[in-house]
Design a protein around this ligand. Structure first.
Ligand code: F6P
Length: 319
């Protein structure tokens, strides 16, 4: 394989730059040319691309976001969009593609694979909602960003004897909520994967107050409920002073943690090695710490479940 391309797609995640760097440098190490496609599949269809050199990925390993920009692209879900993508790749002599993103991005990569373009996916999303891998690039950073904010919220919650509801990201997955709930000592954690009972949340708050507890923090994954609605319900049904913070996109930015940089570097390099070995139609991730490739079809059909032991533990420790 003489020439490959790399793109980032879907929501950005800290560590994507480290993955791009690893793809580019590994490919150049092996004597290949690399093209960076801008703005995901949307940029691919519009031929937005630039040659990547050793220098073009210098000084990015520590930066959040993605130097290739990213987009969510409806048109690429259609066969016409995919055919156009293939046409552009062929026109530029590209023989393999690395796609860094989440589930939707992998579906585009799978379509190109089926059309005969070798593709490898790298899981990059803060939500950690991709099955068949230990963790996605960006999750560790997002959790650390959220916990830093929650620690600050706790300071002011303590000073004012207030109950705080903090909404964290996670459209379909409660992983961020579970991790920050456990790491931040939250009183309750609401996630989309488990049913919750707001009256039980209230009983727990009231038990805490009866023991002399003056402040509480409730973590809500956006996929479970709106933090604002939960806050309203709690205020109306308890008479406590409740405040709500929606952390939002702050969780998607910032310098990646060392853990995310290391994972991204491993996976970026492995993706190039797989393309060189004529492997295609797979996601590369770690499982039990070991880098492994899994068919996209397996990724799409494997149900994903967060580690509910952590959820149970968060509940036990916040008794
Ligand atoms: O990347 C995943 C995610 O951050 C979700 O947690 C969130 O629901 C969504 O993206 C937000 O998407 P957008 O940036 O398009 O508003």
């Amino acid at each position: 394989m003489r020439k490959i391309a790399v793109l980032t797609s879907g929501g950005d995640a800290p560590g994507m730059n480290a993955a791009i760097r690893a793809v580019v440098r590994t490919a150049i190490y092996h004597g290949m040319e690399v093209v960076g496609i801008l703005r995901g599949y949307s940029g691919l269809m519009q031929e937005e691309m630039m040659p990547m050199t050793l220098g073009s990925v210098a000084d990015i390993i520590q930066r959040g976001g993605t130097i290739l920009y990213t987009a969510r692209c409806e048109a690429f879900k259609q066969p016409e969009g995919q055919a156009r993508g293939l046409e552009v790749l062929r026109k530029h002599g590209i023989e393999g593609l690395v796609v860094i993103g989440g589930d939707g991005s992998f579906r585009g990569a799978q379509a190109l694979h089926k059309l005969g373009m070798p593709t490898i996916g790298i899981p990059g999303t803060i939500d950690n909602d991709i099955p068949c891998c230990d963790v996605t690039i960006g999750f560790d950073t997002a959790v650390n960003t959220a916990i830093e904010a929650i620690d600050k919220i706790r300071d002011t919650a303590t000073s004012h004897d207030r109950t705080y509801v903090v909404e964290v990201m996670g459209r379909h997955a409660g992983d961020i909520a579970m991790y920050v709930g456990l790491a931040g000592g939250a009183e309750s954690v609401l996630i989309p994967e488990a049913p919750y009972d707001l009256d039980e949340v209230i009983r727990k708050l009231e038990r805490g107050v009866a023991r002399g507890k003056k402040h509480s923090i409730i973590i809500v994954a956006e996929g479970a409920a709106s933090g604002i609605e939960i806050g309203k319900y709690l205020a109306e049904h308890t008479g406590f002073e409740v405040r709500v913070t929606v952390l939002g996109h702050i969780q998607r930015g910032g310098a990646p943690t060392a853990r995310d940089r290391v994972l991204a570097s491993q996976l970026g390099a492995a993706a190039v090695e797989l393309l060189r070995d004529n492997v295609s139609g797979k996601m590369v991730g770690t499982r039990n710490g070991v880098v492994q490739a899994v068919d996209f079809d397996t990724v799409f059909t494997t149900p994903r479940q967060p580690d509910m032991r952590l959820y149970d533990l968060a509940n036990i420790l916040s008794i």
